[in-house]
Design a protein around this ligand. Structure first.
Ligand code: COA
Length: 709
């Protein structure tokens, strides 16, 4: 979308002058609130309220026309009705405005797509970028600029939030303030007519004020660029994402809400993980993570110890640790040495460390000091259930002091405390001071899990992108032929040829056009063989009775040839049957599915999982975006149940993992380089013992009819 003369994104976050087009002196209007927020937020640049009627607003004289402004206006907030916006944008172009923050609603979100497109294309054609429309504006701590119609006071801090939902975003401003989460930026992207999350990440990734970025996303635009940006940003700071529309109904609601297509949630989930993004389940969880990231240092390792005065809550925390992949330290000899002194005999020095119900604050202090001093322990979870022996007044002190000690030494600590009014009050007051205290154990552990995941991501260097060199022009000749015949799929022999050109082994086969030929070919290949109908008019061969397996001799080949013709004629009397494919019967092995496709949101992606006829029921598949590294492919395989099978179960030999990885690399490269291919599916890809390779039993290749290569 952007042209060469696009302005530096810095001017959006740090504009030298801001105009509010449609500034009204009526306090109930949105434009009045925007001007009021800008002025009371302490913005240091020039503010120009624009209203053709003139007059005054909050002590500022209205400017009747943009042309009257002599100094630079880097951003114009547009707060006039939709039908007037394009004209105003033209005036902005005349005085060299760089960014437009179009608050106005009434565009693509209600089907008014053309008007939105016209505005964006005019703006881009005149060197301006468009944020929105249908947004609440932007807050930028670097410029002390609150150009939103949300709450007047925004707490300054280190979390940047980019939100697609306006109402939720405005709510988040209030919520963050209550939760004592300081913001470095809050940007509403709305309909994303031009500016997307990627543009904003360009600025936020190097912004020193921003330590964590939170994204609320409904639909993805420009997914390939987003992937590249996220992969870069997550190496510098954590990115927490909430993607609404997980459920099918939710996805539909999201699509109608913002006018953007919500992609398949499974694909998004895997791809954002590939980029190192941390996906939160809820806004509350995302807030918890963001706050924890800004107050806690990174752990030096994975070993966590739970210190508790209650066995039950310790067990719950242990369950939560498994869910959020927090590793509990379990070297019992070392644990005994560390905690032997501070844990009573009737307690437990096994993780979770149980101080027992009679624990006082000194007992917590002693154990926490011991854990802090030991370099084998990298983080601590402190749990407390209210008891009569523990003076609740000391609870606050114990948590505060230990938090301080741990923060000073750079070791993460979190608490979850459970009890009556006094305990609840303790949580409230400690949270106001940003102490990592949570009412629920799962909330605490999920924060630590996010911190550990980010740490793991940073410790794993990004793998080099892998790509196979393929004879694309030869493959294009095959695609051309299919396109010329008006087909959106390749015939079996064409798909086989494409696989051969990619170096993906397929069973030996040839096409027979008579019974004699079928027998001759079968004898050449060697029994047992399989036979399949070849017809442009029959895509699902098994359903048509067009497949015969495990044919052991001449008689069976003759019978199968006749049966296939008979079944297919019954299935579709008009089908033109070009012949019958006679193929080598593939030896048994581990059946996987591998494939690649062009996703509407993310561009080329690859897929792998359990193969065979139950693929759609099992749904045991995983995805990655192209480009990917070898290690990405391996992690994709590990996410499915084929991984343990490929390692070999119950004494079986290890399977040819490399063969699977290589095939995925080839298919990914094929879809990336042949833009006309929309979908390739190899099912099953049979995997043999390590070193014995793989065999693609069936390959389906679909073509996007209209696209040129
Ligand atoms: N240049 C400057 N000012 C202009 C103008 C122009 N070309 N044309 C009109 N104006 C003035 C109007 O005269 C009015 O000023 P006044 O109060 O002194 O008469 C002011 O601009 C605002 O115009 P008005 O017609 O009163 O609009 P409004 O304030 O009722 O509504 C929007 C404007 C943009 C707020 C409204 O159309 C809208 O889209 N609301 C929804 C916003 C929203 O929810 N966004 C998404 C959030 S997540």
């Amino acid at each position: 979308m952007s042209s060469n003369n696009t302005p530096d994104i810095r001017y959006l976050f740090e504009p030298r002058g801001v105009a509010v087009i449609g500034a009204s002196a009526s306090p109930e209007k949105i434009s009045y609130k925007v001007v009021n927020n800008i002025l009371s937020g302490g913005y240091r640049g020039k503010v120009y309220p624009i209203n053709p009627k003139g007059g005054e607003i909050l002590g500022l004289s209205m400017v009747r026309n943009m042309m009257e402004i002599q100094e630079p206006v880097d951003m114009a907030c547009i707060t006039i009705p939709a039908k007037l916006v394009l004209e105003a944008v033209k005036e902005c172009a005349a005085i060299g405005v760089k960014f437009l923050s179009i608050i106005t609603s009434g565009f693509s979100e209600i089907g008014n797509v053309e008007e939105e497109k016209a505005i964006a294309s005019f703006a881009l054609g005149h060197g301006m970028r468009v944020m929105g429309p249908n947004i609440f504006g932007i807050y930028s701590a670097n410029a002390s600029l609150n150009a939103t119609f949300g709450p007047k006071s925004i707490q300054r801090g280190h979390v940047a939030i980019i939100t697609q939902s306006g109402a939720l975003g405005i709510g988040m401003i209030g919520k963050t303030s209550v939760a004592n989460i300081g913001l470095s930026a809050m940007v509403s992207v709305g309909n994303k007519a031009d500016i997307t999350e990627s543009d904003l990440l360009d600025y936020l990734m190097d912004d020193t004020q921003t330590e964590v970025i939170m994204l609320y996303v409904e639909g993805i635009r420009d997914g390939e660029r987003l992937i590249a940006n996220l992969s870069q940003v997550t190496r510098k700071k954590p990115v927490v994402m909430i993607k609404a529309g997980r459920s099918k109904r939710g996805a539909l609601a999201a699509a109608s809400h913002t006018g953007a297509l919500a992609g398949s949630d499974e694909i998004l989930n895997d791809i954002v993980k590939q980029c190192g993004v941390l996906r939160a389940e809820s806004i509350q969880e995302a807030f918890n993570w963001c706050k924890f990231f800004t107050t806690s240092s990174s752990p030096k390792g994975e070993n966590t110890v739970i210190i508790t005065n209650g066995g039950g809550i310790g067990v719950i925390a242990t369950d939560a640790c498994e869910k959020y992949q927090v590793q509990l330290y379990d070297d019992s000899a070392v644990m005994k040495k560390i905690f032997g002194q501070s844990v009573p005999e009737f307690g437990s020095v096994k993780n979770p460390i149980d101080l027992s119900g009679q624990a006082h604050s000194q007992d917590y202090n002693a154990s926490m000091t011991a854990a802090l001093a030991n370099e084998n322990i990298h983080s601590v979870i402190g749990l407390y259930c209210e008891t009569a022996v523990f003076d609740v007044n000391n609870l606050d002190k114990m948590i505060r002091e230990n938090t301080l000690l741990y923060q000073k030494s750079g070791k993460p600590i979190l608490f979850s405390i459970f009890g009556g009014e006094a305990t609840e009050n303790c949580i409230l007051s400690l949270r106001q001071e940003n102490a990592p205290v949570f009412p629920d154990v799962y909330e605490a552990v999920s924060c630590l899990g996010a911190l550990m995941a980010q740490n793991r991501h940073l410790k794993t260097p990004p793998g080099a992108p892998v790509e196979a060199v393929l004879p694309i022009s030869e493959i294009n000749v095959i695609l051309d032929k299919a396109s010329a015949e008006g087909r959106h799929f390749l015939l079996a022999d064409e798909a086989k040829r494409v696989m051969e050109l990619c170096g993906v082994p397929m069973p030996k086969s040839s096409i027979a056009r008579s019974i004699d030929e079928a027998v001759r070919e079968a004898e050449k290949i060697g029994y047992p063989v399989v036979m399949k109908v070849v017809s442009k008019d029959i895509l699902h061969k098994s359903d048509a009775g067009g497949v015969a397996l495990d044919l052991d001799n001449r008689e069976e080949v003759v019978d199968a040839y006749e049966a296939i013709h008979h079944n297919c004629r019954e299935h579709n009397p008009r089908a033109i049957i070009e012949g019958v494919e006679v193929a080598e019967m593939v030896k048994k092995g581990t059946e996987t599915i591998v494939g690649a496709r062009r996703d509407a949101s993310f561009g080329p992606i690859v897929i792998c999982g359990m193969g065979g006829i139950y693929v759609e029921i099992l749904k045991d598949v995983s995805f990655r975006a192209v480009p990917f590294s070898r290690q990405d492919v391996l992690s994709m395989i590990k996410e499915t149940r084929i991984y343990p099978l490929l390692l070999g179960v119950r004494g079986e030999a290890k399977k040819d993992m490399d063969g699977v990885i290589e095939t995925i690399i080839k298919l990914g490269s094929l879809v990336k380089n042949c833009t006309r291919i929309s979908d390739i599916e190899v099912n099953p890809l049979v995997v043999y013992d390590q070193g014995s390779g793989v065999k693609a039993v069936d390959a389906r290749v679909l073509i996007k009819g209209s696209e040129k290569h």
